[in-house]
Ligand binder design. Structure first.
Ligand SMILES: Nc1ncnc2c1ncn2[C@@H]1O[C@H](COP(=O)(O)OP(=O)(O)OP(=O)(O)O)[C@@H](O)[C@H]1O
Ligand SMILES: [Mg+2]
Length: 782
């Protein structure tokens, strides 16, 4: 069934390809100048009502010809088919090494002709920089600019002005992390000069499964000013040491853990509480849950490393150290408590977004990867994207050998060492891709002892990355890497290597999912070259320790050497469980993200409007004040008296209350309302008359409003993060967490919008604008 749809797509694209091919000779006959003149010509067509679909055929023929001239690579037919799929908003699955970097240039060129923001996103900075630099020559030949949003010199921070320049480029290469942060940061800015993004239009996501699926579990969070720090981390960490798995807490399939009833009882005894779940114990409960997570869900060297007395997070998939990403709401501190390093201050989450919601901001998305179709359903469900599998240019010549299965790590490493030695003798280059950093180091030690020179590429030395990769395909090269090198890297073969059998890839340990393994293999046998790959796996692989039955570890401890077929089934079963778990976890992140997404959309839209519009009309502000007053009166109900009204005025409207309200003026809600509105109206006129110029007036209103909105939203983001933790923590006894979560999230948002209005009017009424001798204005918040 699926193949049928795929065939339909391919048939459609082949027809388009035939028409592009037909234009080939004519394009070839053009001089460089004539070819370059096509860019303004296309722009003109688009300006006069043609669409990108209308000009696709000619534009692809042009850019293809240009690629042949500038890069010396003329896109193959299958590459053009892939490029058509990308323009049509599909995920193009093209095998590793088929040349997706080049494929992307065609739709990038076509879509950038519209003058709207056109972006290629990939999974790490090395790849973004590599591809951007490689392809910029082609784009600049065709008169388009390329921006690379990668900080290449770590000493230099990209300023908003530099960012604006990058984003103003016709085509931008970036990583998903940077792009998402830029979005969040821009939406924390206060004026137009902090805004550097153009409206998103078209994005191609390279390594789409890695970016859209595997990173989906790490939401982007921007942390702000520190919260009051607490000593609860240490206490909670001590406490959970006495807990026993399955008796006091459970770790479920979705990688979440909960206290059981017995666990909660134990906490109540330990901390001498009546009810752990009572409102006043919210903070303690949150810390206990955090400590539990730190101990059960986070493994040192896997999710994080300890450097000196700092915890550094590792990218879930690649083993890279993640810089700007800190874990959300207290998780970092819980890990610090676990590792007994000094506890840093917990900062407030100021803005956060999941990749799922982030990419939904683009009206047009496409993706590409060597491994997409196994998760086609999820792409369809979550992003509405179809996967189209494109045939290869040459048949794949790589030989994928059967796995070799061992009982324990020791016998496995010994066997790998033997194989590396043998291969190395022939001069054939070997790339060992390990499932963890720890393994890269252990194996590196063994190679050293065996006297085999080699390079190690892991999170600790990413700086040397490009150089190491360049050498990895040369004679005698032995390279050990984590999954870092497992995707996107293009290992070119040195002279004579293809004849030796190409690159030999050895997988060290079962990986988190099959896609990763396929990608690792794909470092060999690119562009029809020779190559081979084999995985060595054992019962002590992390994926088995994590998702396999516990008795498997006993078996591993008591057996050595090669293991029988049933062990292989156990290991593969653990991987399948891991894959299913990740899928469920992604779904749950997405569901939790829904509330935040809806709220964020509203808030950001409001912000943008505020920044653009700058309203000064009285009716608008008075109608907001009326809502504030109504809410106040509703709260007071019948107990309203002149003192309360006076208090309200001094808190919200003016510090200098000249006449205290009469008894009669607050006798009914109606009268009180009229009284307060009058008071506010006078204050508004007074305020307006104090500000000298129209521009200052606009700025004053805008600033006061933005401040109110931002403060409230920052609180809300932080609250939602904590709510999620608290709710999953008490989930054990509960019916429907998601429902509860969305209900509470909505209620808090309702409350927040009213708070924004109150604070905004309060800022306006009580904030001050001051002038110095030269007439320069400054603003003071109340
Ligand atoms: N049309 C072409 N003619 C000649 N060489 C090409 C052509 N297209 C791509 N190549 C070469 O093929 C190699 C692989 O390209 P690239 O790294 O873009 O593959 P990929 O599909 O992105 O692989 P991966 O899935 O591993 O990221 C590169 O060395 C590139 O220069
Ligand atoms: Mg690639």
């Amino acid at each position: 069934m699926k193949n049928l749809t795929n065939d339909l797509y391919l048939t459609e694209y082949r027809k388009i390809l035939a028409r592009i091919n037909k234009k080939g000779p004519a394009m070839h006959a053009l001089s460089d100048e004539e070819l370059q003149a096509k860019t303004p010509y296309f722009r003109d067509l688009l300006a006069h009502g043609k669409t990108t679909d209308d000009i696709l055929i000619e534009a692809y023929a042009v850019i293809r010809e240009a690629a042949g001239r500038v890069l010396g690579m003329f896109p193959f037919d299958v590459q053009v088919i892939g490029a058509i799929a990308l323009h049509k908003g599909k995920i193009a699955e093209m095998r590793t090494g088929e040349g997706k970097t080049l494929v992307a240039t065609m739709p990038l060129y076509l879509n950038a002709l519209t003058g709207k923001s056109t972006i290629l996103v990939t999974m790490n900075e090395y790849l973004a920089a590599r591809d951007g630099h490689q392809m910029s020559a082609l784009f600049s030949f065709m008169g388009l600019t390329t921006g690379i949003d990668v900080q290449e010199d770590p000493r230099e921070k990209l300023t908003p002005a530099m960012k604006r320049k990058i984003y103003a480029s016709d085509i931008v290469y970036a990583t998903h992390g940077v792009l998402g942060f830029d979005y969040l940061l821009q939406n924390l800015g206060a004026s137009k000069k902090d805004q550097y993004l153009r409206d998103y239009y078209y994005v191609i996501i390279d390594e789409a499964d890695s970016v859209l699926l595997d990173s989906a579990q790490t939401p982007l969070v921007i942390s702000g000013k520190p919260k009051v720090s607490s000593n609860l981390y240490g206490m909670a960490d001590d406490f959970i040491q006495i807990l026993k798995k399955d008796r006091d807490y459970v770790v479920d399939e979705e990688k979440d853990c909960y206290l059981t009833g017995a666990g909660a009882k134990r906490a109540e005894r330990y901390f001498r509480l009546d009810n752990l779940y009572a409102q006043q114990n919210f903070e303690l409960l949150r810390h206990i849950i955090l400590a539990l997570h730190a101990h059960t869900l986070f493994e040192r060297e896997r999710q994080y490393v300890v450097e000196g007395d700092k915890i550094e997070l590792l990218d879930f998939q690649t083993g890279r150290i993640m810089d700007s990403t800190k874990l959300s709401a207290g998780m970092h501190q819980a890990l610090e408590a676990k590792e007994h390093v000094p506890i840093t201050q917990e900062s407030r989450a100021m803005a956060s977004i999941t990749y799922q919601s982030f990419f939904h901001l683009f009206p047009r998305i496409a993706g590409m990867s060597g491994t997409a179709h196994v998760d086609a359903r999820e792409f369809q469900e979550i992003y509405g994207l179809d996967v189209v599998t494109i045939p290869t240019n040459h048949p794949i010549a790589r030989v994928d050998e059967k796995d070799l299965v061992y009982y324990n790590e020791e016998s496995m490493l010994a066997a790998v060492l033997r194989e590396v030695k043998d291969t190395h003798k022939t001069g054939q280059p070997v790339l060992v891709i390990a499932s963890s950093i720890l393994r890269t180091e252990r194996f590196s030690e063994q190679l050293l002892r065996a006297g085999i020179p080699h390079n190690v590429l892991n999170a600790y030395n990413t700086a040397k990355e490009a150089e190491i990769i360049r050498e990895a395909g040369q004679r005698n090269a032995v390279t050990i890497a984590t999954a870092i090198a497992g995707r996107g890297t293009d290992i070119r073969l040195g002279p004579g290597i293809n004849e030796l059998g190409g690159l030999s890839v050895i997988g060290l340990g079962r990986m988190d999912n099959r896609r990763q393994e396929q990608q690792a293999r794909g470092r060999a046998g690119r562009q029809g070259n020779n190559g081979s790959s084999r995985f060595y796996v054992c019962l002590e692989d992390e994926i088995v320790r994590r998702y396999g039955a516990e008795r498997l570890q006993d078996i591993a401890a008591h057996h050595t050497g090669i293991a029988p077929a049933k062990v292989r089934r156990q290991i593969n079963g653990a991987q399948l469980t891991g894959e299913a778990t990740a899928r469920t976890a992604r779904r749950s992140t997405m569901e939790f993200g829904e509330s935040m997404k809806a709220q964020r959309d509203l808030v950001y839209r409001m912000r943008n409007r505020l920044i653009q519009e700058g309203r000064t009309d009285k009716d608008y502000y008075m109608s907001i004040e009326e809502e504030v007053i109504d809410a106040f009166l509703k709260d007071c109900g019948r107990s309203l008296d002149p003192a309360m009204a006076a208090r309200f005025i001094m808190d919200n409207i003016t510090y200098s209350l000249r006449d205290f309200p009469e008894e009669s003026e607050t006798a009914t809600t109606e009268r009180a309302k009229r009284y307060l509105l009058n008071c506010a109206s006078r204050r508004f006129d007074e305020k307006k008359s104090q500000i000298r110029t129209k521009r200052q007036l606009v700025n004053f209103f805008r600033l006061m409003t933005l401040k109110a909105l931002d403060n409230a939203w920052i609180e809300q983001v932080d609250y939602l993060q904590q709510l999620r933790q608290a709710i999953t923590g008490r989930a054990y006894a509960q019916r429907n967490i998601m429902f509860e979560y969305h209900r509470e999230a909505y209620a808090s948002f309702r409350k927040m919008t009213l708070d924004v209005k109150r604070h905004m009017m309060r800022n306006i009424f009580l904030g001050e604008i001051r002038y110095d001798e030269e007439g320069k204005a400054s603003v003071l918040l109340p």
